[in-house]
Structure formats: structure tokens, C-alpha cells
Design a binder for this molecule. Structure first.
Ligand code: G3I
Ligand code: 9MR
Ligand code: ZN
Length: 765
């Protein structure tokens, strides 16, 4: 059954790992995909450089489009290599294999919707106006109907080509289709067989000799290359007059830069550029320009002889007010279980209001018991609610209040004007939900509440599948205990009764940790039939440490401090979540009035923080953009803001303004002073992210303002990003595309640390 050698080496092996589906559910990639895991692109820790093994089948040589070329060509000869995957949902169940020279789907349960059993392949390209011919053989043990389609791989998953009433018999049926791709060229579409909702009993479906050939490419439109990034990076929102101000230029040909007033086009300032800086994350030589001494309010661009103009920025006293407000209101719009209105927050939000969502009782997984766990924030672009990232977001808001003193009570949330700072009111919305996630019997805290699968691209009230409460985890319980103990301190002056309730809940969760933490060696793992965010974390030591130290700071009881000391190790990462939470504990302890309880421990922790901040300052200056990161994980903007919080702690401990300024520069990075040329805060900046992976924004065709996107990811995990970014150095691996959940999603806990650093800048302590 072998056919002509494929001219296109597909990206499919890599895409198989990306595990994507329509609209969402459980995926079983073929063994072949798994076996390529070690050989696909890799982000080298030290340099941020991406290396690709060009001998691997996943690598796509520049493919020349010509008449007769094969975009797909599978004969399923090798049982180890079949880059096709199975997606199941809505009761669908089966096994995908390559046997006897063909692909076979062994359906155990066809499920209740057509795509309940979807056999799919990602990792090829399609070109606008090209004419294609698709051929394949398909048959089954039974006579049955099926659907096959080539589709956009995200958003509304609409089809480029669709046959929804195809039929197969028990002998190979040859299917042929000729069609023209009229839609914009797509570097990462999906070929899918929807084999669910049929016959009602177990049976096999066989597929063979599948090809897609280009018949006519004469009018084909090439895939649009990524737009080149503006080489001059500035904070596109701007600066307050007395802020430190830097621009970075991805070009070493210039030696000076001008600041030009956009109204008059007059040069108002000229400065020297630095010597070349080697930016490890971007593998680039760049230069820095400092214009901190230029303080004149106005709107400007940076201009150089060979790089042209930067995006606009403003110098003004109140330049961050709207951005800070919006980045907090983002959390309000993520509220679940209540009506979200634009009554007080205004016009910009009119598309993002929604009636109360996810109000039905949730089934405790594996039982017949249903409980009320309504409330809290939707985690991200999906509508799951997860305790660990929720606790992180709460802690960030509480610390924003305690560390920066930011206390606006007029942001326009329902509680505005009640005498309590809005960030505390907003955090309390999440805390009120967290109480419901605690098992009253044991004090343990459920890991998350979600449906079994991620929803399609719908508004929150349209996700109506059964909600599931997933088992108690020690990471969720530790984080819960810590955040509640912190809340008990912070809310005490505003609402003593609430503070007491928090403390009681914290103690109960802590007792659960004492009884169960040590025995837990794996952390939470998704059951096979649940595919939503896992937040896996096998080590609960840092969460337990954080809980113990918060309880010590809140109660003064030395037993907690002793426990914290026994859990502390120098190998504990100075993390701010969601995996590593240790720094929260160190932060609370060092800034508390109880830090003289054990001066040796205090000195040890303090020295560790200051060493780290000192080292980071050196790297941040050496690498450019004041960013010390050499590799860029999923949600790298979280790391940027978390680093900013660490630097601010260094400042609060020493009063050294260089550390404070380093925090300010992390704000600049998020708002545009980075090598991609993007402001990562939606709605802020001339060239800001506009197409986040965020279901409400995708639905309405424009983004909720004030959301921080995940940002550059040197190991992209979604098909589109893999297709267009693979091979780029980590710092440049960014694309503003709404299907790219591993690059361009948003999350409550990516906004919350940004709220902290932006508030720190606004408060200017
Ligand atoms: O553990 C390695 C680490 O050792 C290495 O240094 C680093 C460098 O790339 O990779 C680390 O693992 C990554 C991990 O995040 C921690 O950064 C994984 O490769 C990566 O897959 C993982 O991504 C997480 C993603 O879920 C998938 O699990 C993101 O951090 C996390 O923010 C994201 O969270 C999702 C929820 O599941 C669902 N809701 C939306 C939310 C945001 O995208
Ligand atoms: O939309 C989901 C996003 O919120 C998650 O962070 C991400 C990672 O788990 O997954 C997204 O859902 C995708 C799923 O994993 C694979 N199929 C496509 C889904 C995106 O629409
Ligand atoms: Zn909801």
C-alpha cells in the first residue's frame, strides 16, 4: 500500500505532542508522537536557544508549493509511526492503532456527538486559492455514516472543507474530493474524521491511503510571515516624569537615538546608545538608550537613523492609572457565579457582561454527592476554577495592598465605595469561593472544579456540562491554608468576623496537611476522563512551608515557625507559584513584626533574598531589557512579574532604589520594552496583544482590556505556534493569535503579580 514519497515532511510528529482537539476533551496521541518527545525542538536552559533535530520527521523543510505536491501522504505501513491522534469527549471511547498497513480506530463507545470520537492530524499547511485533491479509503465492521473535515484549529473550528454525510460500508470505500481553499492560508489546520454518535455499539473503523495533493497552485497565496518586530522597544504606555526610562534597539548600527515629539515632529532629546549587549534569550545583539533625565510631559517616539520610529509613548504623571485599573477589573470580569455588569465599569466592558454562570451544583468526582461550589474567578481563557492558582492570585492582591499601600475604593466593582480597598474586595470574592472548596469533614481542599473537558469557544453561561469537583490535593490544601492565614491578618482591620473565619479555615487545612502531606508523593493527577488544567505539582513542601509560616505570622504560635524551619531547605525555589510557593512564606516572614523570633533564620532568609536579587540585577543589566530570563516557559510573563515582586522585596528590605527600579523595568517589559515589539497588556500600547486565547474575547471579536497574555514560550505546545515559531529563540517565540493557548492565553494569576508591580510603580514608594 505504499505510495509516492511525500514531498512535504510534515510537522505532524511535533503537533501530535501538542495534543489539540475540537473543541476539547481527552486525547490519546499515537505512540509515534510520544516517541518523538525527546527529539523535537528543545529550549536550552542556559542560552534560551532553540535547537531542532533536522533529521526528524517532525521537521518541515521549506516546502515549495507546486502542482502535484503532496501536503499529506499516509499509507500507514509503519505501526510505530502514524502521526494521527484520537480525541474523545461526550462519552466517546476508543483506541487508535496502526495495524496491518492501515489506521484502525477501535470504538468502544461512540459517544453522543459526532466529534465524540475524533481521529485527527495536525501539522500541515493550506494555501488560499490552491486547488486540492483529497483521497482516502475507509471502511468499517458495520455500515455507517461519518463526517470528515479540514478545519481551522481553534476558535469556532469552522471547516475549510466538509463532508458531513459521508458513508462507509464493510469493504474499502474510496473517497475523493477536489476543492479550492478560499480562506486565508493557514499554517496549522486540522484534518479530522468525526466518527462518534453512530451505531451505538463497539466496532472498528479502518482508514488507509490518505493523501492530499495540490492540483493547482498558480494563484496560491503564501502564508503570511510573522510581521517583523519593531526593533525599538519602549514601554508603549509610557513613563511618569521621574521614572527611570530606557529603550532597547535590536540593531547595533546606530550610536545615538532621538526622542521626537509626535505632534511637532521635532527632536526634543538626543542620547547615546550603549555598547552592544548580548541578549541571550533572543540570541541578539542589542543596544540600550537611557533617557531618564528627559522628563517633559508629552507624547513621543524614539527615532534612530537605521531603525526608524518606535511605537508612541507618553510621559505624564498619571500615565498608568487606566492600566492599573483595567488590570484589576480583569479579575472582576472573570467572576463566576454572579452577574457581571458594566453598570459601574463602563462602556469598554459592555460586551463582556454576563448573567450568573456555573451555578448548578457540582458532582464530587467518583461519588453521587453534589455540592455548591459557585463563585470565584474563572481561571483563564477557560472557565475552570482551580485552588492553587487562585490562592496565588489572592496572595498577590493582598500583598499589593500591604507592600505598596494601593487602596483605591473606586474602581467600579460592585463593592466600590464600601470603605474597603477594591483589591481586597476583589480578592475576597475568590476567598468566599475557596471556603466552599474545603471539605468540612477533613479540612482538605478540593483541587479544582471544572467540566470534564475544556469548553468550546463559548461565553461562560453557555458552558453547561456537569461540573465536577476533583479530589482533594495537598498542594491545594497547603496553598489554601497559607492564603487564608494571610487573609486573616489583612482583613482583620476591615472585618474581624471574616478574618476569624479565614483563620479557622486555615487551621483546619493545616491540620489536614499535618496528617496527609508526607504520604502524598505524586500530587494531583487528572483522572483519565478529565482533560482540564491539571496544575500538577509533586512537591507539597513549599506549600506546607508557606502555610506554616503564614500561620506563625498571623498567630505568633512558635510551633508553626518550628514546622516551617523543618520544611525549609536551601533547595526550595524562591518561587511565587503556582508550582513553587516558598517565596510567599519568606516574604511574609521577613516583612512581619515577628521576624525577630529567630534571628538566625531571619538572617539566613534575608541573605538568600538579597544574594538572589543582587545576582539578578547583574544578569538583568547584562542581558538587556532588564530581564534576567534566558529561557521562556509557558506563561513567561508570570515569571517576569514574579521577578518584579522579588526585586521589590529586596527594595523593601534594603531601601536600595536600584532594586525598586528593577521592579519598574519589569513593568516596562510587559508594556512593550521587549524584543517582540508587543505590549503584552491588552488595550494598552500602540502595538498591544489583541487576539488573546480567552473565550469571551474570542466570542466578541475584541479583547477585554487590561489582560496580561502568557507571552513568549520557547517550547510552544499548540499547533499554530509550533508551526510558525518553531526554531526561534525563546524570547522571540510570541505570536498574537487566538488559537495559541501556550503563548497567548490570559490568566488571573498572570494579571495578579502584574497588578502588584504596576501598583508598586504607581505608588512610587
Ligand atoms: O517543569 C518544566 C521546567 O522544569 C522547565 O524549566 C520549564 C521550561 O520550559 O518547563 C516546565 O514545565 C512547564 C510548566 O508549565 C511550568 O512552567 C511545562 O512544560 C508546561 O507545559 C506547563 O504549562 C502549564 C500549562 O497550563 C499546561 O499544563 C502552564 O504553566 C500553566 O500556566 C497552564 O495553565 C493553564 C491551565 O492548565 C488551564 N487554564 C489556563 C491556564 C493558562 O494557560
Ligand atoms: O483552552 C484551553 C486553555 O485554557 C488551556 O490552558 C490549554 C492547556 O491545557 O488548553 C486549551 O484547550 C485546548 C486543549 O488543550 C486542546 N484542544 C484545543 C483547546 C483550545 O481550544
Ligand atoms: Zn462561571
Amino acid at each position: 500500500m505504499k505510495k509516492i514519497v511525500a514531498l512535504l515532511l510534515s510537522l505532524s510528529m511535533i503537533a501530535g505532542i501538542a495534543a489539540c482537539n475540537t473543541p476539547a476533551g481527552t486525547e490519546t496521541s499515537s505512540e509515534a508522537s510520544d516517541s518523538t518527545k525527546e527529539t523535537t525542538a528543545d529550549d536550552t536552559e542556559e542560552t534560551g536557544e532553540t535547537t531542532i533535530d533536522r533529521t526528524q520527521p517532525g521537521y518541515r523543510e521549506t516546502w515549495e508549493l507546486f502542482d502535484g505536491a503532496f501536503a499529506l501522504d499516509y499509507t500507514f505501513e509503519d505501526p510505530e509511526k502514524f502521526p494521527w491522534s484520537l480525541y474523545t469527549e461526550s462519552g466517546g471511547k476508543g483506541i487508535l492503532a496502526c495495524e496491518d498497513g492501515h489506521l484502525v480506530l477501535k470504538i468502544e463507545n461512540p459517544g453522543t456527538v459526532t466529534h465524540a470520537c475524533q481521529v485527527y492530524h495536525d501539522g500541515f499547511s493550506m494555501y488560499q486559492n490552491a486547488e486540492y485533491q483529497v483521497d482516502f479509503d475507509i471502511w468499517s465492521d458495520v455500515e455507517r455514516d461519518f463526517e470528515w473535515r479540514i478545519q481551522l484549529n481553534g476558535g469556532d473550528y469552522h471547516a475549510y472543507y466538509l463532508e458531513d454525510k459521508a458513508h462507509m460500508g464493510t469493504e474499502p470505500t474510496h473517497i475523493q474530493a477536489v476543492f479550492t481553499m478560499y480562506e486565508p492560508s493557514d499554517p496549522a489546520p486540522r484534518f479530522a474524521f468525526n466518527l462518534g454518535n453512530q451505531v451505538g455499539s463497539a466496532h472498528n473503523v479502518y482508514i488507509d491511503n490518505l493523501s492530499m495533493q495540490v492540483l493547482n497552485s498558480s494563484n496560491a497565496v503564501d502564508i503570511e510571515p510573522l510581521p517583523p518586530a519593531n526593533p525599538i522597544a519602549v514601554n508603549q504606555t509610557g513613563y511618569r516624569p521621574d521614572d527611570p526610562k530606557s529603550c532597547f534597539i535590536d540593531c547595533i548600527d546606530d550610536s545615538t537615538f532621538d526622542i521626537v515629539d509626535v505632534e511637532t515632529d521635532k527632536v526634543v532629546y538626543t542620547g547615546d546608545l550603549s555598547e552592544p549587549i548580548n541578549c541571550r534569550g533572543a540570541l541578539a545583539n542589542i543596544k540600550q538608550g537611557d533617557f531618564s533625565d528627559f522628563k517633559e510631559p508629552g507624547t513621543y517616539v524614539v527615532r534612530t537613523a537605521t531603525s526608524g520610529d518606535s511605537y508612541k509613548f507618553t510621559i505624564a504623571k498619571d500615565v498608568y492609572n487606566d492600566a492599573l485599573k483595567a488590570s484589576i477589573l480583569m479579575l472582576y470580569t472573570q467572576r463566576c457565579g454572579c452577574e457581571v455588569t458594566d453598570e459601574k465599569i463602563g462602556e469598554d466592558y459592555k460586551d463582556f457582561t454576563h448573567p450568573a454562570c456555573h451555578t448548578g451544583e457540582a458532582l464530587i468526582y467518583g461519588t453521587d454527592t453534589k455540592i455548591d461550589v459557585s463563585g470565584g474567578w474563572h481561571d483563564a481563557g477557560d472557565y475552570g476554577r482551580y485552588v492553587a492558582p487562585g490562592a496565588k492570585a489572592v496572595a498577590d492582591l493582598l500583598m499589593t495592598y500591604t507592600d505598596t499601600g494601593y487602596k483605591s475604593d473606586k474602581l467600579g466593582i460592585p463593592e466600590s465605595g464600601n470603605g474597603t480597598p477594591d483589591i481586597l474586595d476583589e480578592a475576597r470574592y475568590e476567598l468566599d469561593w475557596m471556603f466552599k472548596m474545603q471539605d468540612p469533614a477533613t479540612g482538605g481542599v478540593y483541587h479544582k472544579v471544572t467540566c470534564a473537558n475544556f469548553p468550546a469557544t463559548v461565553m461562560p453561561e453557555e458552558e453547561t456540562d456537569q461540573l465536577l469537583v476533583l479530589p482533594i490535593s495537598t498542594t491545594a490544601t497547603g496553598d489554601f491554608a497559607a492564603a487564608m492565614a494571610m487573609a486573616a491578618r489583612v482583613y482583620k482591620p476591615f472585618d474581624k468576623k471574616f478574618a476569624d473565619k479565614c483563620l479557622e479555615a486555615a487551621k483546619k487545612a493545616y491540620a489536614y496537611m499535618e496528617a496527609n502531606a508526607e504520604a502524598d508523593k505524586t500530587g494531583f493527577i487528572n483522572p483519565d476522563d478529565v482533560a482540564t488544567g491539571e496544575y500538577p505539582d509533586a512537591s507539597n513542601k513549599d506549600e506546607f512551608f508557606w502555610a506554616a509560616i503564614e500561620l506563625f505570622v498571623t498567630t505568633g504560635d512558635n510551633a508553626y515557625l518550628e514546622k516551617a524551619k523543618s520544611l525549609y531547605t536551601v533547595s526550595m525555589e524562591l518561587g511565587l507559584g503556582w508550582i513553587e510557593m516558598g517565596l510567599y512564606g519568606i516574604h511574609s516572614y521577613l516583612l512581619s513584626d515577628k521576624n525577630s523570633a529567630d534571628s538566625e533564620f531571619t538572617e539566613e532568609l534575608k541573605a538568600r533574598i538579597l544574594d538572589e536579587v543582587k545576582i539578578d540585577l547583574v544578569s538583568a543589566k547584562r542581558d538587556g531589557y532588564y530581564n534576567k530570563m534566558a529561557s521562556f516557559p509557558w506563561g513567561s510573563n508570570l515569571t517576569i512579574s514574579n521577578n518584579g515582586i522579588l526585586y521589590y522585596l529586596g527594595y523593601l528590605l534594603t531601601n536600595d532604589k536600584e532594586y525598586r527600579d528593577l521592579t519598574y523595568y519589569q513593568v516596562d517589559y510587559i508594556m512593550g520594552m521587549n524584543i517582540t515589539g508587543y505590549s503584552f497588556l491588552t488595550g494598552f500600547g500602540e502595538h498591544a496583544a489583541e487576539n488573546p486565547h480567552h473565550r469571551p474575547s474570542q466570542n466578541k471579536g475584541h479583547a477585554v482590556p487590561g489582560m496580561v497574555v502568557g507571552g513568549p514560550n520557547g517550547k510552544p505546545e499548540d499547533p499554530y505556534a509550533i508551526s510558525v515559531l518553531m526554531g526561534l529563540p525563546g524570547a522571540r517565540c510570541y505570536v498574537d493569535n487566538d488559537t495559541c493557548y501556550s503563548i497567548n492565553e490570559v490568566a488571573i494569576y498572570w494579571n495578579s503579580p502584574f497588578v502588584y508591580i504596576l501598583a508598586a510603580k504607581v505608588q512610587n514608594k
